[in-house]
Design a protein around this ligand. Structure first.
Ligand code: ZN
Ligand code: ZN
Length: 150
């Protein structure tokens, strides 16, 4: 990943329509073509929380093959997934993230480091594969806590 991305904060994303978490490793991005549009990108959404819908298509901008991505909890479209990046996008400076969420369809929340003392940055974030495991642990702990409170 390009060094300029490593200093960015890690962001958690929630669906604006139903408040469910769809991503724990988001990054704030701005479309080069239209700097007024705020977007969030990720290398890996939470598995099962979003899914691609409909046929793939290309925009006028380039020949990337993309498809819409919807929240699996409520069905609303949240953004898009680049299924097949075009050569010009691959060659330009990008963060390698192929999932894009619109800032008007998701809520963003800063993610804290493990001791919750400061905001987590991308250079201290574990890769997506090892993250999936720790995510399960976190959920287990969460449910155990709930159990105690009852
Ligand atoms: Zn492209
Ligand atoms: Zn939703």
């Amino acid at each position: 990943m390009h060094p300029s991305f490593r200093k960015k904060h890690v962001i958690k994303l929630l669906c604006r329509f139903c408040d469910s978490y769809v991503c724990r490793r988001g990054m704030k991005a701005v479309l080069l073509a239209d700097t007024a549009v705020e977007l969030y990108s990720t290398d890996s959404p939470i598995s099962g929380k979003v899914s691609s819908v409909g046929k793939s298509y290309s925009t006028k901008k380039c020949t990337c093959k993309i498809c819409d991505v919807a929240c699996t909890s409520c069905g609303n479209i949240l953004g898009y997934h680049v299924m097949l990046p075009c050569t010009s996008c691959l060659q330009s400076c990008n963060n390698g993230h192929l999932w894009i969420f619109n800032s008007n369809t998701v809520w963003a929340e800063s993610r804290l480091n493990q001791s919750a003392t400061e905001m987590l940055k991308w250079d201290s974030l574990p890769d997506a594969a090892s993250e999936q495991d720790s995510e399960l642990d976190e959920w287990d702990n969460y449910f155990q806590e709930m159990e105690c409170c009852r």
